[in-house]
Design a protein around this ligand. Structure first.
Ligand code: ZN
Length: 52
């Protein structure tokens, strides 16, 4: 099962990938939470939505 691999690619294409400001690790945000702050699954820090 290569789900994490595909998730990373799809997430990058959709702009759903975020980098945690605290620990610097990348993770995919569900589309439903695209405009919301999400909690880093590695360190628990809140990651704000990307601003443009
Ligand atoms: Zn983190």
């Amino acid at each position: 099962m290569a789900w994490p691999f595909f998730a990373a690619i799809i997430g990058a294409l959709l702009g759903l990938k975020r980098t945690c400001p605290k620990c610097g690790r990348e993770q995919i945000v569900p589309g439903s939470q695209k405009h919301l702050a999400v909690r880093c699954k590695f360190c628990g820090e809140d990651i704000p939505p990307r601003r443009r």
